[in-house]
Design a protein around this ligand. Structure first.
Ligand SMILES: [Zn+2]
Length: 257
């Protein structure tokens, strides 16, 4: 089980790291996958996505990572030490990325098994702009809803590590309360994108679609600004049986119908 998940995660990580996608460069970005209730694989600190191997990912325990979010203020040194303590096998190479915290939170959401966090150039053109929140306020075309869901979560800028993880948790909780389901996309201001998927294919699809959306929205601002879809049109696309079937097919899953 753990080995199968690792193989799928390596393939996903390399895919997201391909330079031509412009999702990440150098050591940017990270990925994770849930193995069971207790453990998840997450990218090791400092490894590069495009040529990652098994040594670039660390099997990590949820419990000590999530406990850090409940703890008071921790110094950078304490955070690093606790992340190392959270390794399932202390003798394994590498230690979990600082963003292992936000991955743990995302992987605890219902239906989320794989997570990809990237810094796509086009998405960050929006997230590093004055209009970041306005520009990501809603879907602009039907296929965006099919692949990325009816809305996205938005997180204000926070220092990577515990402050960012706490800000992500607040945003995920608010989203789930409002929409009654987990988000598929999280935008972090001045930082990047998180794609939350039922499997690795869904993470790839969400990331690719978020980049296409960003290209379209930036283009729309040249022509007076994006025209977002109406709530009624969004709801219709999100709940149509044929779109449910298409969504399931896109990620290689069994149709719910
Ligand atoms: Zn990042």
């Amino acid at each position: 089980m753990s080995a199968d998940v690792l193989i799928e995660l390596i393939e996903l990580t390399r895919h997201l790291g391909v330079p031509e996608h412009e999702y990440v460069i150098l050591g940017e970005g990270n990925t994770s996958a849930r193995v069971d209730e207790e453990t998840y694989w997450v990218k090791a600190s400092g490894s590069s996505m495009v040529n990652i191997g098994p040594d670039g990912l660390v099997l990590t325990r949820f419990e000590p990572v999530l406990a850090m979010l409940e703890a008071g203020d921790l110094s950078d040194g304490q955070v690093k030490a606790k992340l190392i303590e959270a390794k399932a096998d202390p003798a394994a190479p590498g230690h979990p990325s600082i963003e292992a915290l936000l991955h743990a939170l995302c992987l605890r959401l219902p239906g989320v098994t794989f997570v990809g966090h990237t810094h796509p150039t086009l998405v960050n053109a929006i997230l590093c702009s004055e209009r970041a929140e306005e520009a990501t306020a809603g879907p602009v075309f039907p296929d965006e809803i099919v692949v990325c869901g009816p809305a996205s979560a938005f997180v204000p800028y926070a220092d990577p590590g515990i402050p960012l993880a706490r800000a992500v948790w607040k945003s995920l909780t608010e989203f789930t309360d409002e929409h009654g389901e987990s988000p598929k996309r999280v935008y972090i201001r001045n930082h990047g994108l998180i794609a939350l998927g039922a499997n690795s294919t869904e993470v790839k699809n969400i990331t690719a679609m978020a980049v296409k959306v960003a290209r379209i929205v930036v283009g729309a601002y040249a022509l007076g600004g994006p025209r977002f879809m109406s709530a009624a049109d969004i709801e219709r696309i999100h709940t149509r049986p044929d779109e449910h079937r298409r969504r399931a097919k896109l990620i290689g899953a069994q149709s719910p119908d």
